[in-house]
Design a protein around this ligand. Structure first.
Ligand code: SAH
Length: 339
C-alpha cells in the first residue's frame, strides 16, 4: 500500500503507470484529495476497475489530533502519528489570513540551549504524508483556505530536505492548497550545504536563518551547530540564496537576557549584515519551564532595535501570537511527554 498523501503529482502519475493505469488520472485524483479534501476515492469519475486498483493500492494517511489549544491569535494542535510519536503544529490567525507553522521532525538534534524542542532528541524525520497531514487536518478543522506556511515548528527542516521539498511541491498545487512559494518560509539554524541545495532547488521559498549571536564564540555557546558552520559561511550562503532567487533573507534573533542583547552585540550584528538585502526579526524569548535563560527586558530590546535601525538595518519584531497556547518552541509536546 502507498500513502497517497505522500506523493507529489509527478510521483502519483508514475505510480499509476506502474499499476497499469493512465498517468493522466493523477489530474483527477490530485484535485479531489487536495482541493476537495476527499479521504476516499468514492465518487471520482473513474472506471470501476480503476477505482478498485486505487482502493487496493493506496491509503490516506491522517494524523490523529490528541489535543487542541485555542486562543484568539493562535491555535495549537498536538498530533499522534501512526507509530505513536507526537508532533505539533500551530495555526496563526493573522489579519491577512491563516498561516500554519509545521513541524518537520519528531524531536530535534540541533541542541540549541534555549529551545525546548532540543531537549527531546530527534527520533526521526517526518514523512511527506506527515508533513502534508498537518495542513490537511487544520484546513479541514477550520474549513478555510490556508494563506501561508512557516516551516519552523519542531525539527531542523534542512535535515529533512528531500521530504520538505515534496511537501512544498504538494502545498503549491494550484487546485489544492494553492500556497505559492512567496507565502512559504523555511527557518534553519544554518546548515550551510543545505542552504545552497535549497537555493538551487525548484522551491526557493523565503529563507529565515536563526542567527541569535553576531560572533562565532558567543554563538557556539548557545547553538552547537555553530561549531560546524561559522557565521562567515552562513552569510556567504545566505547572500548566494538571496542573489540567486531575488529574495530578502530574514535573520532571526531571539533576545536572551544578558547573553546576546547588548548594544555592542547589536553593533556587531549591524556590521555583519551591512549592505545585505535582509532584515532582522527580533524575537522575544519565550522562557520554558526549566530554562536557564530569560527574555530581555522591554527597554533592552528597544535599545537593541534602535542600534540596528541607526545602522540602516531592516528590523521587524515577531508578534507573540502563540504565547498563551505555549506555541513558541515545542512546549506542548514537551509537557505532554513529561506529565
Ligand atoms: N530548526 C529551525 C526551525 C525551528 S525553531 C531553526 O533553528 O530555525 C524556530 C525559531 O524559534 C528559531 O529561530 C529558534 O531559535 C526559535 N526558538 C526556539 N526556542 C525559542 C523560545 N523558547 N523562544 C523564542 N524563540 C525560540
Amino acid at each position: 500500500m502507498t500513502d497517497i498523501c505522500g506523493l507529489t503529482l509527478k510521483k502519483l502519475a508514475e505510480r499509476l503507470a506502474e499499476l497499469g493505469e493512465k498517468p493522466s488520472r493523477a489530474g483527477i485524483i490530485f484535485p479531489a484529495v487536495y482541493g476537495e479534501l476527499a479521504d476516499s476515492f468514492d465518487g471520482l469519475p473513474l472506471k470501476q476497475e480503476t477505482l478498485k486498483t486505487l482502493n487496493e493500492n493506496f491509503t490516506f494517511g491522517r494524523p490523529e489530533c490528541l489535543q487542541k489549544l485555542t486562543s484568539d491569535a493562535a491555535d495549537k494542535y498536538l498530533f499522534r502519528l501512526a507509530d505513536g510519536n507526537t508532533i505539533e503544529s500551530v495555526l496563526m490567525k493573522h489579519e491577512f489570513g491563516y498561516n500554519v507553522c509545521v513541524s518537520t521532525q519528531v524531536g530535534c538534534n540541533m541542541g540549541c540551549r534555549f529551545c525546548a524542542s532540543g531537549r527531546l532528541k530527534k527520533v526521526r524525520d517526518l514523512t511527506v504524508s506527515e508533513l502534508v497531514g498537518q495542513l490537511m487536518y487544520i484546513r479541514r478543522d477550520i474549513g478555510q483556505k490556508l494563506n501561508g506556511i512557516s516551516i519552523m515548528g519542531i525539527g531542523e527542516p534542512l535535515e529533512n530536505l528531500a521530504n520538505v521539498l515534496d511537501f512544498i511541491d504538494i502545498a503549491q498545487y494550484p487546485r489544492g492548497f494553492d500556497i505559492g512559494l512567496k507565502h512559504i518560509t523555511l527557518s534553519t539554524c544554518g546548515l550551510v550545504p543545505k542552504i545552497y541545495e535549497l537555493a538551487d532547488s525548484a522551491a526557493p521559498v523565503n529563507l529565515a536563518i536563526s542567527l541569535h549571536a553576531p560572533e562565532d564564540g558567543l554563538r557556539r555557546t548557545i547553538m552547537p551547530s555553530a561549531n560546524k558552520y561559522p557565521l562567515a559561511e552562513i552569510i556567504r550562503a545566505a547572500r548566494y540564496y538571496s542573489e540567486k532567487n531575488n529574495r530578502r533573507i530574514t535573520f532571526e534573533y531571539v533576545m536572551l537576557n544578558g547573553v546576546n542583547d547588548s548594544d555592542d552585540c547589536a553593533g556587531k550584528l549591524s556590521s555583519l549584515l551591512s549592505g545585505f538585502n535582509c532584515y532582522v526579526n527580533i524575537i522575544r524569548y519565550n522562557a520554558t519551564g526549566d530554562s536557564p535563560f530569560s527574555c530581555s527586558p522591554h527597554e533592552r530590546i528597544m535599545s537593541f532595535y534602535d542600534v540596528l535601525k541607526k545602522h540602516g538595518i531592516g528590523v521587524t519584531m515577531r508578534r507573540e501570537l502563540g504565547a498563551s497556547v505555549n506555541a513558541a518552541c515545542g512546549q506542548l509536546r514537551a509537557s505532554s511527554l513529561v506529565d
